[in-house]
Design a protein around this ligand. Structure first.
Ligand code: ZN
Length: 340
Protein backbone atom coordinates (compact mmCIF):
# COMPACT_ATOMS: atom_id res chain seq x y z
CA UNK A 1 0.00 0.00 0.00
CA UNK A 2 1.47 3.38 -0.90
CA UNK A 3 2.49 5.61 1.96
CA UNK A 4 0.80 8.63 0.49
CA UNK A 5 -2.57 9.50 1.94
CA UNK A 6 -3.59 11.53 -1.06
CA UNK A 7 -6.30 10.36 -3.34
CA UNK A 8 -5.93 10.51 -7.08
CA UNK A 9 -9.08 12.33 -8.09
CA UNK A 10 -8.65 11.43 -11.74
CA UNK A 11 -8.59 7.74 -10.91
CA UNK A 12 -11.72 8.02 -8.77
CA UNK A 13 -13.46 10.12 -11.43
CA UNK A 14 -12.55 7.59 -14.10
CA UNK A 15 -13.90 4.74 -12.01
CA UNK A 16 -17.44 6.06 -11.54
CA UNK A 17 -20.20 7.35 -13.77
CA UNK A 18 -22.84 10.02 -13.23
CA UNK A 19 -25.51 7.32 -13.59
CA UNK A 20 -23.97 5.35 -10.72
CA UNK A 21 -23.88 8.44 -8.57
CA UNK A 22 -27.52 9.32 -9.29
CA UNK A 23 -28.44 5.71 -8.61
CA UNK A 24 -26.61 5.90 -5.32
CA UNK A 25 -28.83 8.81 -4.31
CA UNK A 26 -31.87 6.85 -5.46
CA UNK A 27 -32.84 9.53 -7.97
CA UNK A 28 -31.80 8.08 -11.33
CA UNK A 29 -35.41 7.30 -12.21
CA UNK A 30 -36.36 10.96 -11.75
CA UNK A 31 -34.45 11.78 -14.95
CA UNK A 32 -35.64 11.62 -18.52
CA UNK A 33 -33.24 10.00 -20.95
CA UNK A 34 -32.62 11.29 -24.43
CA UNK A 35 -29.63 9.88 -26.27
CA UNK A 36 -26.66 10.28 -24.00
CA UNK A 37 -28.26 12.96 -21.90
CA UNK A 38 -30.44 12.90 -18.82
CA UNK A 39 -32.57 15.79 -17.71
CA UNK A 40 -34.58 16.36 -14.59
CA UNK A 41 -35.09 18.56 -11.55
CA UNK A 42 -31.87 19.71 -9.87
CA UNK A 43 -31.14 17.50 -6.86
CA UNK A 44 -28.58 19.97 -5.51
CA UNK A 45 -30.81 22.97 -4.93
CA UNK A 46 -33.85 20.67 -4.91
CA UNK A 47 -35.61 22.41 -7.75
CA UNK A 48 -38.74 21.11 -9.43
CA UNK A 49 -38.29 22.26 -13.02
CA UNK A 50 -37.81 19.02 -15.00
CA UNK A 51 -35.33 20.46 -17.53
CA UNK A 52 -33.06 22.62 -15.42
CA UNK A 53 -30.54 19.89 -14.58
CA UNK A 54 -28.72 18.05 -17.38
CA UNK A 55 -26.28 15.19 -17.36
CA UNK A 56 -24.13 13.84 -20.17
CA UNK A 57 -23.86 10.10 -19.55
CA UNK A 58 -20.98 9.76 -21.99
CA UNK A 59 -18.90 12.65 -20.66
CA UNK A 60 -20.06 12.15 -17.05
CA UNK A 61 -20.63 15.81 -16.47
CA UNK A 62 -23.66 17.74 -15.21
CA UNK A 63 -25.02 21.25 -15.28
CA UNK A 64 -27.72 23.10 -13.38
CA UNK A 65 -29.09 25.97 -15.45
CA UNK A 66 -31.21 27.28 -12.61
CA UNK A 67 -30.27 28.33 -9.10
CA UNK A 68 -26.89 26.57 -8.90
CA UNK A 69 -25.72 27.97 -12.27
CA UNK A 70 -22.98 25.46 -11.95
CA UNK A 71 -21.75 22.23 -13.38
CA UNK A 72 -18.96 19.75 -13.10
CA UNK A 73 -17.93 16.13 -12.93
CA UNK A 74 -19.00 13.25 -10.71
CA UNK A 75 -16.91 14.39 -7.74
CA UNK A 76 -18.11 17.98 -8.02
CA UNK A 77 -21.63 16.60 -7.90
CA UNK A 78 -21.03 14.55 -4.75
CA UNK A 79 -19.23 17.51 -3.16
CA UNK A 80 -22.23 19.79 -3.85
CA UNK A 81 -24.78 17.24 -2.70
CA UNK A 82 -22.96 16.59 0.55
CA UNK A 83 -21.58 20.07 1.13
CA UNK A 84 -18.03 18.73 1.38
CA UNK A 85 -14.69 19.22 -0.38
CA UNK A 86 -13.70 17.41 -3.56
CA UNK A 87 -11.26 15.37 -1.53
CA UNK A 88 -13.95 14.24 0.90
CA UNK A 89 -16.19 13.52 -2.11
CA UNK A 90 -13.50 11.26 -3.57
CA UNK A 91 -13.27 9.38 -0.27
CA UNK A 92 -17.04 9.02 -0.22
CA UNK A 93 -16.99 7.64 -3.76
CA UNK A 94 -14.35 5.11 -2.74
CA UNK A 95 -16.54 4.02 0.13
CA UNK A 96 -19.87 3.99 -1.71
CA UNK A 97 -18.66 2.21 -4.83
CA UNK A 98 -16.20 -0.03 -3.01
CA UNK A 99 -13.29 1.16 -5.08
CA UNK A 100 -9.84 -0.03 -4.17
CA UNK A 101 -8.21 2.91 -2.39
CA UNK A 102 -4.73 1.55 -3.05
CA UNK A 103 -5.34 2.13 -6.73
CA UNK A 104 -6.69 5.59 -6.11
CA UNK A 105 -3.71 7.02 -4.27
CA UNK A 106 -1.63 9.63 -5.97
CA UNK A 107 1.96 10.31 -5.16
CA UNK A 108 1.48 14.05 -5.56
CA UNK A 109 -0.43 15.92 -2.89
CA UNK A 110 -3.55 17.58 -4.22
CA UNK A 111 -4.58 21.14 -3.61
CA UNK A 112 -7.68 20.23 -1.60
CA UNK A 113 -5.94 18.17 1.00
CA UNK A 114 -6.81 20.16 4.12
CA UNK A 115 -9.29 17.52 5.24
CA UNK A 116 -7.36 14.57 3.99
CA UNK A 117 -4.91 13.44 6.59
CA UNK A 118 -7.24 12.04 9.26
CA UNK A 119 -9.79 10.77 6.76
CA UNK A 120 -7.58 8.98 4.28
CA UNK A 121 -8.52 5.37 3.62
CA UNK A 122 -4.95 4.29 4.29
CA UNK A 123 -5.16 5.56 7.83
CA UNK A 124 -7.92 3.06 8.51
CA UNK A 125 -7.09 -0.48 9.54
CA UNK A 126 -9.72 -2.06 7.31
CA UNK A 127 -10.02 -1.20 3.68
CA UNK A 128 -13.81 -1.22 3.59
CA UNK A 129 -14.24 0.82 6.77
CA UNK A 130 -16.36 3.91 6.19
CA UNK A 131 -14.45 7.13 6.17
CA UNK A 132 -15.60 9.54 8.84
CA UNK A 133 -14.95 13.22 8.32
CA UNK A 134 -13.62 14.25 11.66
CA UNK A 135 -11.37 17.03 10.56
CA UNK A 136 -13.60 20.06 10.94
CA UNK A 137 -16.61 19.96 13.25
CA UNK A 138 -19.30 22.61 12.78
CA UNK A 139 -18.58 25.50 15.11
CA UNK A 140 -21.35 26.25 17.62
CA UNK A 141 -23.07 29.56 16.90
CA UNK A 142 -22.51 32.52 19.16
CA UNK A 143 -26.01 33.86 18.64
CA UNK A 144 -29.60 32.67 18.89
CA UNK A 145 -32.48 33.63 16.69
CA UNK A 146 -34.97 35.14 19.06
CA UNK A 147 -38.39 36.64 18.42
CA UNK A 148 -39.43 33.59 16.42
CA UNK A 149 -43.16 33.35 15.87
CA UNK A 150 -44.09 30.11 17.61
CA UNK A 151 -47.79 29.86 16.83
CA UNK A 152 -47.35 29.96 13.08
CA UNK A 153 -50.23 28.33 11.17
CA UNK A 154 -47.80 26.31 9.03
CA UNK A 155 -46.47 24.56 12.11
CA UNK A 156 -49.75 24.07 13.89
CA UNK A 157 -52.27 23.57 11.06
CA UNK A 158 -50.13 22.09 8.30
CA UNK A 159 -47.60 20.04 10.25
CA UNK A 160 -49.76 19.26 13.26
CA UNK A 161 -47.26 20.33 15.88
CA UNK A 162 -48.42 21.39 19.31
CA UNK A 163 -47.19 24.62 20.84
CA UNK A 164 -45.41 22.52 23.44
CA UNK A 165 -43.38 20.70 20.76
CA UNK A 166 -42.66 23.96 18.92
CA UNK A 167 -41.30 25.57 22.08
CA UNK A 168 -39.50 22.39 23.08
CA UNK A 169 -37.58 22.28 19.78
CA UNK A 170 -37.10 26.03 19.72
CA UNK A 171 -38.50 26.42 16.22
CA UNK A 172 -40.58 29.24 14.81
CA UNK A 173 -41.22 31.57 11.93
CA UNK A 174 -38.43 34.03 11.36
CA UNK A 175 -39.36 37.49 10.09
CA UNK A 176 -35.92 39.03 9.77
CA UNK A 177 -32.36 38.19 8.84
CA UNK A 178 -30.87 35.30 6.90
CA UNK A 179 -33.83 33.00 7.57
CA UNK A 180 -36.45 35.65 6.91
CA UNK A 181 -39.71 34.18 5.67
CA UNK A 182 -38.77 30.71 6.83
CA UNK A 183 -39.32 28.41 9.77
CA UNK A 184 -36.03 28.40 11.69
CA UNK A 185 -35.07 25.01 13.12
CA UNK A 186 -32.03 24.92 15.43
CA UNK A 187 -29.68 21.97 14.93
CA UNK A 188 -27.64 20.96 17.99
CA UNK A 189 -24.48 18.91 18.16
CA UNK A 190 -24.23 15.99 20.57
CA UNK A 191 -22.94 18.32 23.27
CA UNK A 192 -26.01 20.51 22.97
CA UNK A 193 -24.48 23.49 21.15
CA UNK A 194 -26.50 25.05 18.32
CA UNK A 195 -24.42 24.56 15.18
CA UNK A 196 -26.89 25.89 12.62
CA UNK A 197 -30.42 26.93 11.88
CA UNK A 198 -32.18 25.18 9.03
CA UNK A 199 -34.77 27.33 7.30
CA UNK A 200 -37.87 25.54 6.04
CA UNK A 201 -40.05 27.40 3.59
CA UNK A 202 -43.55 27.36 5.10
CA UNK A 203 -45.46 25.47 2.42
CA UNK A 204 -44.65 24.53 -1.15
CA UNK A 205 -41.99 26.93 -2.39
CA UNK A 206 -41.88 28.38 -5.90
CA UNK A 207 -39.82 26.46 -8.42
CA UNK A 208 -36.63 28.43 -7.89
CA UNK A 209 -36.90 28.56 -4.09
CA UNK A 210 -35.35 25.71 -2.13
CA UNK A 211 -37.50 24.00 0.48
CA UNK A 212 -34.67 24.11 2.99
CA UNK A 213 -31.93 26.63 3.43
CA UNK A 214 -28.82 25.83 5.41
CA UNK A 215 -25.97 28.20 6.23
CA UNK A 216 -23.09 28.12 3.79
CA UNK A 217 -20.26 25.93 4.95
CA UNK A 218 -22.47 24.04 7.39
CA UNK A 219 -21.89 20.31 7.10
CA UNK A 220 -25.13 18.59 7.86
CA UNK A 221 -23.62 15.17 7.11
CA UNK A 222 -21.71 15.23 10.39
CA UNK A 223 -24.72 16.07 12.56
CA UNK A 224 -27.85 14.21 13.65
CA UNK A 225 -30.89 16.30 14.46
CA UNK A 226 -31.96 15.86 18.12
CA UNK A 227 -28.94 13.68 19.03
CA UNK A 228 -28.19 15.85 22.08
CA UNK A 229 -31.50 14.96 23.67
CA UNK A 230 -31.89 11.42 22.33
CA UNK A 231 -28.69 10.32 24.08
CA UNK A 232 -30.09 11.45 27.41
CA UNK A 233 -32.95 8.96 27.12
CA UNK A 234 -32.71 5.59 28.90
CA UNK A 235 -30.30 3.12 27.30
CA UNK A 236 -32.93 0.38 27.11
CA UNK A 237 -35.22 2.45 24.90
CA UNK A 238 -34.82 1.94 21.14
CA UNK A 239 -33.30 4.73 19.11
CA UNK A 240 -35.53 5.67 16.22
CA UNK A 241 -33.77 6.94 13.11
CA UNK A 242 -35.84 9.01 10.69
CA UNK A 243 -35.13 11.25 7.70
CA UNK A 244 -36.52 14.66 8.44
CA UNK A 245 -36.88 17.31 11.13
CA UNK A 246 -40.65 17.02 11.14
CA UNK A 247 -40.59 13.21 11.35
CA UNK A 248 -38.41 13.55 14.40
CA UNK A 249 -40.51 16.26 16.02
CA UNK A 250 -43.75 14.36 15.43
CA UNK A 251 -42.30 11.13 16.84
CA UNK A 252 -41.19 13.14 19.85
CA UNK A 253 -44.66 14.63 20.16
CA UNK A 254 -46.18 11.16 19.96
CA UNK A 255 -44.26 10.26 23.09
CA UNK A 256 -41.01 8.71 21.90
CA UNK A 257 -38.21 11.13 22.66
CA UNK A 258 -35.33 8.92 21.61
CA UNK A 259 -35.38 9.84 17.94
CA UNK A 260 -32.84 11.41 15.59
CA UNK A 261 -33.13 12.67 12.03
CA UNK A 262 -30.49 12.08 9.37
CA UNK A 263 -31.62 15.18 7.45
CA UNK A 264 -31.77 12.99 4.36
CA UNK A 265 -32.22 9.38 3.31
CA UNK A 266 -28.60 8.33 3.70
CA UNK A 267 -26.36 7.89 6.71
CA UNK A 268 -22.89 9.37 6.42
CA UNK A 269 -19.89 7.68 7.99
CA UNK A 270 -19.73 10.48 10.55
CA UNK A 271 -23.37 9.95 11.49
CA UNK A 272 -22.76 6.22 11.79
CA UNK A 273 -19.89 6.91 14.12
CA UNK A 274 -22.02 9.26 16.19
CA UNK A 275 -24.78 6.65 16.56
CA UNK A 276 -22.34 3.88 17.46
CA UNK A 277 -20.55 6.08 19.95
CA UNK A 278 -23.78 6.48 21.91
CA UNK A 279 -25.21 2.99 21.40
CA UNK A 280 -23.95 -0.04 23.28
CA UNK A 281 -23.63 -3.41 21.57
CA UNK A 282 -27.00 -4.48 23.00
CA UNK A 283 -28.73 -1.23 22.06
CA UNK A 284 -31.74 -1.36 19.77
CA UNK A 285 -32.15 0.85 16.76
CA UNK A 286 -35.19 1.20 14.53
CA UNK A 287 -34.64 2.58 11.05
CA UNK A 288 -37.82 4.24 9.83
CA UNK A 289 -37.31 6.13 6.59
CA UNK A 290 -39.90 7.34 4.11
CA UNK A 291 -41.58 4.62 2.09
CA UNK A 292 -40.14 5.65 -1.27
CA UNK A 293 -37.22 4.59 -3.39
CA UNK A 294 -34.64 6.74 -1.62
CA UNK A 295 -35.92 5.63 1.77
CA UNK A 296 -35.86 1.97 0.83
CA UNK A 297 -32.34 2.17 -0.53
CA UNK A 298 -31.20 4.21 2.46
CA UNK A 299 -32.64 1.96 5.13
CA UNK A 300 -31.07 -1.17 3.67
CA UNK A 301 -27.65 0.41 3.66
CA UNK A 302 -28.11 1.86 7.15
CA UNK A 303 -29.37 -1.41 8.63
CA UNK A 304 -26.50 -3.30 7.07
CA UNK A 305 -23.91 -0.92 8.48
CA UNK A 306 -25.43 -0.48 11.95
CA UNK A 307 -26.11 -4.18 12.49
CA UNK A 308 -22.38 -4.64 12.93
CA UNK A 309 -22.67 -2.57 16.11
CA UNK A 310 -26.11 -3.12 17.61
CA UNK A 311 -29.56 -4.65 17.11
CA UNK A 312 -31.31 -3.10 14.15
CA UNK A 313 -34.93 -3.31 13.07
CA UNK A 314 -36.11 -1.84 9.81
CA UNK A 315 -39.65 -0.53 9.76
CA UNK A 316 -41.48 -0.85 6.46
CA UNK A 317 -44.74 0.99 5.89
CA UNK A 318 -47.58 -0.78 4.10
CA UNK A 319 -48.51 2.26 2.04
CA UNK A 320 -46.30 3.85 -0.61
CA UNK A 321 -44.87 7.27 0.28
CA UNK A 322 -45.81 6.90 3.95
CA UNK A 323 -43.70 8.99 6.31
CA UNK A 324 -43.07 8.68 10.06
CA UNK A 325 -44.40 12.23 10.41
CA UNK A 326 -47.93 11.00 9.81
CA UNK A 327 -47.89 8.06 12.21
CA UNK A 328 -50.60 8.05 14.84
CA UNK A 329 -49.28 7.76 18.40
CA UNK A 330 -51.01 4.39 18.80
CA UNK A 331 -49.35 3.05 15.63
CA UNK A 332 -45.99 4.24 16.85
CA UNK A 333 -46.57 2.56 20.21
CA UNK A 334 -47.35 -0.67 18.41
CA UNK A 335 -44.16 -0.45 16.35
CA UNK A 336 -42.08 0.17 19.44
CA UNK A 337 -43.75 -2.61 21.35
CA UNK A 338 -41.73 -5.74 21.56
CA UNK A 339 -38.61 -4.21 20.01
CA UNK A 340 -36.57 -4.48 23.16
ZN1 ZN B 1 -29.38 23.47 -9.08
Amino acid sequence: MPKSSFVDFRAVKAAITMEQVLEHYGILDKFKRSGDSLSGPCPIHKGSNPTQFRVSTSKNIWNCFSECKHGGNTLDFIAKMEGITIHAAALKAIEWFRLDPTEMSAAEPGAEEEESAPTSPEAKPKKAAPVAEKATPNTPLKFRLDKLEREHPYLIKERGLTLETIVDFGIGFCAKGMMAGRIAIPIHNAEGGVVAYAGRWPGEPAEDTPKYKLPQGFRKSIELFNIDRAIKEPADKPLLIVEGFFDCMKIHQAGHKKAVALMGATMSAAQEELICKHASSNAHVIVMLDENEAGRAGREDIACRLSKHCFVKVHEFNTPDAEPEHLFPEDLAQILEGVV
